[in-house]
Write a protein that binds this ligand. Structure first.
Ligand SMILES: O=C([O-])CC(=O)C(=O)O
Ligand SMILES: [Mg+2]
Length: 648
């Protein structure tokens, strides 16, 4: 059978299966790389199959996912490995039950070049080419990862059409994952608008026609009753973060059904690039319950279920099955991020699962945290405390009411006034006008706390004149709603009006950066959800910040993971806001920026993660004990690096 060296090689290989756990970038890793796969899906001819030894299978089970999925526990409990768990049911299954057949294959030669997790393309060294049967499969040249990055960046910039850049990036992700992340991390400011808003919005709209390779996990009504089985089809077993959408409210673009998958894929790319979560620990999920988008239902290239949306009990049951299956399969500490659900489901899902699962709604909580942070920084420019300002929102959905509530919470903590009192400084306008007490009976439950005593006001401009806000926040998903009159009214009321146009993508932004600066005569403090280029006004260059939850969720998630948190608490959102606001230096403020540049985002994410983790420990919600002494350096040390490993 196997010689000692072969079997110890296999054992090493198996621990290498949990890929991202290897931190040192210089260390040589298992080689040839190992893929754990279901025979049925990956047993390709050409793989050099290694027969499965009993002890290696045993090790697989020990290393298999359990409730202890945090990076740290994996390392500190390596002798325990979370206990021997019969994750795949082989041991407990009786003869008439089905099990999943697993095997261990060593990828080399052609399959190695086709495996995005291990492929290095032209960067395979001479030695690796010999050791891994790659001779002749690559042209003679050997180049470094840095040169590959330079070349890819050059190629991507050749494309003038944003969607082509997006497709080139997705192709790279499917071909060479480490190069994709290296490229994204090294060029984050240029590439964020490609893999994220605004381009990802267009990609979702056209997802069916640009579809090449499936990304993420699709769970549709067809899978009802079998969701656990579907989760087990996913090739990675140690999942730490899931981003899930049902596609009903994709950015400000509305119902894109199954084509919303671009959003969880994009968000998770940022989890890895900006927050350092291992790509293999990230799972994008789209739940397809149909779509009410008539255009998509008629589109011959549409990739989802061709039916109208399931609602009520049918919807709730599918979601419940999903939430239960996730917990059963990945344990208590997997973070589930709800993304781009419609208002009517988003609030209910967060309330329903907030007490039983580690859940986070990015549109309600992530957006709230990033906006509060921007306001904390902006106050350094305009003066006054939160409680001394008056806030007016256009849009009373997830983002609007989520931000409003977090501002009120922070205000009430700062001034010791009850939350209900603090809320009175905050006003919201929806499609029917100002939210006032007389509308109470007809309001959806999440709007009711904002129905203050006031005469009815029909539109935004009149609301600005009546309420006299110092801060105007757009969160309606409807573009071009901060008109010249609205911005001028804000500028006539305030020396430095704070104007945030949060809706995404750029087409849905309430106004452009240029409009905000021009109409306020250069006095606005402006930030937007999607990025705008710097604007020149009267010979001065104005750069605006990007008030986007991308600043928060990657570091926030990292903080939850490194502390082994089991629940999200509002105080963690406040901690994240403070950590981000502290990163805005005098120099940025002097240039009117209320957010730091994305270029430093990994350092910023580590700061956010440390503060979130510290809060988790303080609140008794952390399970990773003992608490590391220096949480910032600890967070940094846990972050995924996309540099290539050397193969033995
Ligand atoms: O994805 C983004 O850019 C921000 C966000 O969550 C949304 O607009 O729904
Ligand atoms: Mg969103």
């Amino acid at each position: 059978m196997f010689s000692l060296s072969q079997s110890s090689f296999l054992n090493n290989s198996l621990s290498g299966v949990s890929r991202g756990l290897t931190r040192s970038t210089n260390r040589r890793v298992t080689a040839p790389p190992v893929v754990v796969c279901a025979v049925s899906s990956n047993g390709r001819p050409g793989d050099r199959n290694v027969s499965v030894l009993e002890n290696t299978l045993q090790e697989m089970r020990e290393n298999a996912p359990s409730s202890s999925s945090s990076v740290i526990e994996k390392e500190s409990e390596s002798t325990v490995g979370g206990g021997v768990e019969d994750v795949y049911g082989e041991d407990s299954a009786t003869e008439d039950q089905y099990i999943t057949p697993w095997t261990v294959t060593v990828a080399s030669g052609y399959p190695l070049l086709r495996d995005p997790h291990y492929n290095k393309g032209l960067a395979f060294t001479e030695k690796e080419r010999d050791a891994h049967f790659l001779r002749g499969l690559l042209p003679p040249v050997v180049i470094s990862q840095d040169i590959q990055v330079k070349k890819m960046m050059h190629n991507i910039l050749q494309y003038q059409v944003p969607l082509q850049r997006y497709m080139a990036m997705m192709d790279l992700q499917e071909r060479n994952e480490r190069l994709f992340y290296k490229l994204l991390i090294d060029n984050v400011e240029e590439l964020l608008p490609v893999v994220y808003t605004p381009t990802v919005g267009e990609a979702c709209q056209k997802y069916g026609s640009i579809f090449r390779q499936p990304q993420g996990l699709f769970i549709s009504l067809k899978e009802k009753g079998r969701i656990l089985e579907v989760l087990k089809n996913w090739p990675e077993k140690k999942i730490q973060v899931i981003v899930v959408t049902d596609g009903e409210r994709i950015l400000g673009l509305g119902d894109l059904g199954c084509q919303g998958m671009g959003i969880p894929v994009g968000k998770l790319s940022l989890y890895s690039a900006l927050g350092g979560i291992r790509p293999s620990a990230c799972l994008p999920v789209t739940i397809d319950v149909g779509t009410n988008n008539e255009q998509l239902l008629k589109d011959e290239f549409y990739i989802g279920l061709r039916q109208r949306r399931a609602t009520g009990q049918e919807y709730a049951e599918l979601l419940h099955e999903f939430m239960s299956a996730v917990k059963q399969n990945y344990g208590e500490k997997v973070l589930i991020q709800f993304e781009d659900f419609a208002n009517h489901n988003a609030f209910d899902l967060l309330a329903k699962y907030g007490t039983t699962h580690l859940v986070f709604n990015d549109d309600i909580q992530g957006t709230a945290s990033v906006v509060l942070s921007g306001l904390m920084a902006a106050l350094k420019l305009v003066g006054g405390t939160l409680a001394e300002h008056t806030f007016l929102f256009l849009g009373a959905g997830e983002a609007g009411t989520g931000i409003a509530e977090l501002i009120a919470l922070e205000m009430s903590k700062q001034t010791d006034v009850p939350l209900e009192e603090a809320r009175k400084k905050i006003w919201l306008v929806d499609s029917k006008g100002l939210i006032v007490r007389s509308r109470m009976d007809s309001l959806q439950h999440f709007k009711k706390p904002w129905a203050h005593e006031h005469q009815p006001v029909q539109n935004l401009l009149d609301a600005v004149k009546a309420i006299k806000p110092t801060v105007l926040i757009g969160s309606s998903g409807a573009g071009r709603t901060f008109t010249k009159e609205v911005v001028e009214a804000m500028a006539s009321l305030n020396e430095k009006p704070i104007i945030l146009a949060l809706s995404n993508p750029t087409s849905q932004s309430e106004c452009t950066a240029e409009e905000a600066y021009k109409w306020s005569k250069g006095r606005a403090i402006f930030a937007s959800g999607s990025p705008f280029d710097p604007v020149e006004y009267k010979g001065k260059i104005f750069s605006s910040g990007q008030a986007n939850n991308a600043y928060i969720f990657p570091g926030f998630g990292l903080g939850l993971i490194i502390s082994g948190a089991i629940r999200v608490h509002d105080d963690m959102l406040l901690a994240a806001s403070e950590a981000l606001a502290e990163q805005v230096t005098e120099e940025y403020l002097d240039n009117g920026l209320i957010y730091p540049p994305f270029a430093n985002i990994r350092k910023i994410s580590a700061q956010i993660a440390a503060r979130v983790a510290a809060k988790a420990y303080e609140l008794g919600l952390a399970t990773r004990l003992p608490q590391p002494e220096n949480l910032v350096s600890y967070a940094e040390s846990c972050m995924y690096s996309p540099n290539y490993h050397s193969y033995r």
